[in-house]
Design a protein around this ligand. Sequence first.
Ligand code: NAD
Ligand code: UD2
Length: 316
Amino acid sequence: MKYLVTGGAGFIGSNLTNMLIRHNHEIIVIDDLSMGKLENIDDLTKIKFFKGSITDNYLMEDILTKYQFDYVFHLAAVASVADSVERPVETHEVNYNAVLNILNLIREHQPGLKRFVFASSAAVYGDDPELPKKETSPIKPMTQYAIDKFAAERTTIVFNDLYHVPTSSVRFFNVYGPNQNPESPYSGVISILQDCYNRILSGEKIYFTLYGDGSQLRDFIYIEDVLQALMIVVETVDSLGQVFNVGTGKEADLQQIIEEFNNIYGFELPVKYQDKRAGDIHRSVADISNLKNIGFCPKNTISEGLYKFVECYKDK
Ligand code: NAD
Ligand code: UD2
């Protein structure tokens, strides 16, 4: 099978690419390396890598006319909400305009495509109090990031319905696992936490900044379970033209995450409390009934996922 993975050097993209490499698929990755790293990819000799931007229409046309793909996973994006708040115009170029252009190129040049999967986000729900979030829950985007994710999702579905481009969208909740760049201030809290523990272990005198009181709840999903969800979505006919929450359906608060990490590492993390971040959502958890109906079953509890995550770091 031939796969195109946009954003394939990033966190979720590299884990997906590495899994596809292990299954001996033909893989083409495009990434501008703004957040991703080539080191995230296990074996560069097994893929074809294009360093460039998905906003480069000539490059995208070149790739989408030269190769015929079975599957396209569209993961490239300005992936941080806070970054999108700083750069709304650039975010829109990458997170919406490029998606429309790619879908249009696919419509013209990829007659044999089996599925295009768009990576959307739980951010589309905003802070609406309805919990757990169902795919039909109110949409209340609070940032350009969320607006573009929702708009691109709708465009993805419209291309399925109007032009018969086979598409699906997934709304990721809080994904964690190896290859998430902890150096960015916008990185996911679990990778920031793990980085803190490792730096303390190597002698640095640092502390973790906890915004709020640690009671904020999230649906944290381990990357392995996300990969399971992605493969089920692309292989199921019933998922055509649909949007799916990708989470575990379970929530954990930050105090619990820190306690789990303290147990794994065997020491207590120094924590400095600061005011909660502006716009921070208190609770976010997914209703995953729709994903379960097509065969999804998350395998990792938060304790198992965190343990595996720490073990992966030791192996690197
Ligand atoms: P990431 O930043 O690690 O990966 C995104 C990749 O896209 C990076 O490698 C980056 O270099 C690349 N990229 C950015 N702009 C590009 C451009 N113009 N052209 C080509 N490549 C570009 O983020 P991630 O966590 O792996 O997220 C993957 C996708 O999932 C994104 O679309 C993100 O919005 C979405 N998502 C992630 C989460 C999460 O918890 N990680 C939650 C919700 C949604
Ligand atoms: C996540 C996604 C975002 C979007 C959103 C959907 C990441 C990085 N962000 O935002 O893209 O999809 O979900 O709702 O995956 N925190 C600290 N200290 C830190 C960092 C974070 O206390 O150093 C707190 C933060 O204030 C928040 C919680 O940890 O209350 C989770 O933060 P996050 O940035 O990992 O994820 P979130 O849910 O804000």
